[in-house]
Design a protein around this ligand. Structure first.
Ligand code: C2E
Ligand code: MG
Ligand code: MG
Length: 719
């Protein structure tokens, strides 16, 4: 029984409602364009369910008007007069008596009978559907498949099916379902066009998002150059491809599928702007440093590879420079990391101003920057760049109210001179930078070919030295200092020795600088001091007259804040009388923070410790500071003694040093006297003491013991 009031729904609505019924008789689609429907096995129902398992009058569909342009259907179990069906209905697997249907709902009437409810939105500019002459059912034959599209037809025609009480083949049903569920309701725009660029179909999302698609057609940015690209797809091997289109600030990904059966191109469009933006942010973060905003080492690698690939003339040169801030750790530790961060930013800003167009600056690591300088036409140009950088960083930095002075070191390698491999170029520049560091502050150094070997050696040496302390490979030799008038041993200088199992005896001139660079000198220096004091006390306890012990101090040790307290602790522990300890310092101590150092040296003096200036004449040029230093002894460096016997010039220098020292009440010791002639000249010049091979080489403690025992009996022959 068709409903009595069989009026058609006003077609201004934008949605159409389809019920697809599946029962033992097959699949049927019903366009729901009436206000009520009765469903059941009885022949009087408007939708007959052909199964014995359903009730005669199993359910009722009832339209509910929603907004002006839309409506819904409510399904009710049984009849409108509340007479329920025998077995009820399940909506999406749940038993319901009454339910407002929504798209995709599945209604189960019985084990063998079910229906699916679908809502199809009609595109806004579809010609107004009129129930009589433009009935959707009437258009069915035209549109069940794309293959029947006529080029002359308006593209707005699109399939929508309703064939009450008529079976459709499964094939058609699939097409309907595919069409209903995917393009129409798809929130992603879908466009279909043919091979001559005529738009055949736009889904609602396409119309909504790109209103000028219809007007611009193939000239719309979404479709530009598409036909040229599609041609290879007509060849049956490949049917799908993807491309990206930028429209203003948006990025769209198009998945383009060519359907050869009807020669239709279907394009699915995805707005991937957010993904691309996120990807861009992530990729920025991956190859940039957060603090300075500079590119990072990953970027540098890629940049160098790119430069090399692009170099037209392979003989073109570019330089990789590595710049490191000296003592950055100290700044960070003493002023705090936030000040350290400010400094790094300020350094990077200053360096940036020195770059030419096309050059690059990268934050390589904590306080290391890498600079790529392109179009280098001479080695001199690199030197100039490095010097300009070092120079620009010497002006003080104001970081959070702290005035900070820094020094830097730069190493450089040049493409292709030093290598053509990116990795090697970077490594070479880094190595050169380390070399520069060992040369002192504000140094610049080019890579030289055997640096790698040297640095390997340095590395293994460093590891060995670390182990030397644990493995008891360090020991102290003592070299006697002889009074030139009495011939008596008046002092002993403690000289460190390193006996390595396979390296043998390693000279302190090799490992002391390494220990200073690596900071190992703090531990080693303290060890030497303790051992020397213990030894001096031991000798005194053996009954030898107290003898002065000289211990070398590194400038690095003196820079250590805790040095004074650790010195005090050693004196206490070893119980040495500080008057018998002489600390040897070099002129290097006067290089910076002179006032601070003088305060510290005065502290030593107050404790009773004697002080000497070692290797005098090799370092600081001004003699004026000698007056300000609280020292007792001056040790003339061996280079002035070496040629003393025959070199008048050296004799004059030594004479001046002796006179100067005496005028300042200092004792003068000459280092490295090896011959009688040298000793004679030194005596004639008034030198007080001698420490040299002519008398004694540095000796192990047990040999010194023998020597001391014989002291007094066998004084060295000083004449
Ligand atoms: P230095 O303090 O000037 O020590 C004197 C150096 O001259 C010693 O070298 C000694 O063996 C050498 N020498 C003495 N008389 C002669 C001579 O007649 N002819 C020649 N050719 N050489 C002579 P050594 O022991 O190799 O030490 C070298 C340097 O290593 C020392 O120079 C000192 O600066 C440093 N050093 C040694 N031990 C220590 C230590 O415990 N701490 C620190 N910081 N430095 C140390
Ligand atoms: Mg010394
Ligand atoms: Mg010396």
């Amino acid at each position: 029984m068709r409903p009595k009031e069989s009026f058609t729904l006003e077609t201004e609505e934008l949605s159409n409602h389809v019920l697809t019924v599946e029962d033992p008789q097959g699949v049927r689609n019903f366009l729901l364009d009436s206000v009520t429907y009765s469903l059941g096995r009885g022949m009087g129902n408007s939708i007959i369910l052909r199964s014995n398992l359903v009730s005669r009058e199993h359910a009722t569909l009832l339209v509910i008007a929603a907004k002006k342009s839309s409506c819904f259907f409510r399904i009710i179990d049984g009849r409108l007069d509340y007479k329920r069906s025998t077995n009820g209905i399940l909506i999406n697997g749940r038993r319901r008596f009454s339910h407002v249907l929504s798209h995709g709902d599945e209604i189960i009437f019985s084990k063998d009978t079910r229906a699916t409810y679908q809502v199809i939105s009609v595109i806004a500019n579809t010609p107004k559907i009129n129930s009589s002459q433009n009935n959707i059912s009437e258009r069915l034959n035209l549109t069940t498949s794309h293959q029947t599209f006529d080029e002359t037809e308006s593209f707005e025609l699109y399939p929508l099916q309703s064939i009450p009480d008529q079976n459709l083949s499964v094939y058609i049903r699939e097409i309907i379902n595919q069409f209903i569920s995917s393009p129409e309701l798809n929130p992603q725009p879908i466009i279909e066009l043919n091979l001559i660029g005529k738009i055949l179909y736009l889904n609602p999302a396409a119309l909504g998002q790109f209103p000028n698609l219809e007007e611009m057609r193939i000239n719309h940015p979404l479709l530009q150059e598409l036909l040229e690209q599609i041609i290879p797809l007509v060849n049956p091997i490949r049917k799908t491809f993807m491309r990206e289109v930028m429209i203003r600030d948006k990025v769209f990904e198009e998945i383009i599928h060519f359907m050869p059966s009807n020669e239709v191109i279907r394009i699915h469009i995805f707005d991937v702007t957010k993904q691309r933006q996120a990807a861009a942010i992530i990729s920025y973060q991956i190859d940039h440093d957060v603090l300075t905003g500079l590119p990072n080492r990953k970027y540098l690698h890629e940049h160098l590879i790119e430069i090399i690939e692009k170099l037209e003339d392979k003989k073109q040169r570019f330089a990789v420079l590595f710049l490191d801030i000296d003592r950055f750790k100290l700044i960070n530790n003493s002023l705090g990391h936030s000040v350290g961060d400010l400094l790094l930013k300020a350094v990077s800003d200053r360096l940036k101003t020195l770059l030419k167009q096309g050059d690059l600056i990268v934050r390589w690591g904590a306080d290391e920057f890498a600079i790529v300088a392109k179009d280098i036409n001479s080695i001199g140009a690199v030197v100039q760049i490095a010097e300009a950088m070092i120079q620009s960083l010497t002006a003080p930095f104001d970081c959070g109210g702290h005035e900070i002075h820094i020094t830097t070191c730069i190493g450089a390698s040049i493409y292709p001179d030093h290598n053509i491999d990116v990795e090697a170029l970077i490594q070479n520049a880094d190595m050169a930078m380390y070399k520069a560091k060992s040369e002192g502050q504000n140094s610049f150094q080019f890579y030289v070919p055997n640096m790698q070997e040297q640095s390997f050696q340095r590395l293994s040496m460093e590891n060995n030295l670390r182990r030397a302390i644990e493995n008891d490979e360090l020991l102290i030799y003592y070299q006697p200092q002889i009074d030139l008038i009495t011939g008596v041993i008046v002092g002993l200088e403690a000289l460190l020795r390193w006996k390595h199992v396979s390296l043998g005896s390693v000279s302190p001139s090799k490992f002391i600088p390494l220990a200073e660079e690596t900071g190992l000198i703090m531990v080693i220096g303290a060890w030497v001091l303790r051992q020397a004091c213990l030894q001096a006390v031991a000798w005194q306890k053996m009954g030898f007259p107290p003898i002065q012990i000289g211990v070398n101090l590194s400038v690095k040790q003196l820079q250590q804040k805790s040095f004074l307290s650790s010195l005090n602790q050693i004196l206490e522990e070893t119980n040495i009388d500080p008057h018998f300890l002489e600390l040897e310092i070099t002129e290097g101590i006067m290089m910076d923070n002179i006032e601070e150092k003088i305060v510290l040296l005065n502290e030593f003096r107050k404790m009773g410790i004697r002080l000497s200036i070692d290797d005098f004449g090799t370092g600081y040029s001004s003699l004026g500071y000698l007056r300000d230093l609280p020292i007792d002894t001056l040790k003339i460096d061996r280079i002035f003694i070496e040629h003393l016997a025959h070199n008048k010039h050296d004799q004059n220098i030594v004479a001046s040093i002796v006179n100067l020292s005496h005028s300042l009440n200092l004792i003068v010791i000459a280092e490295g006297a090896e011959t009688k002639e040298q000793v004679d000249v030194l005596r004639s010049l008034g030198c007080d003491q001698i420490q040299g091979y002519f008398f004694y080489k540095p000796l192990p403690a047990d040999e010194i013991e023998i020597l001391l025992r014989s002291q007094g009996i066998t004084k060295p022959n000083i004449n």
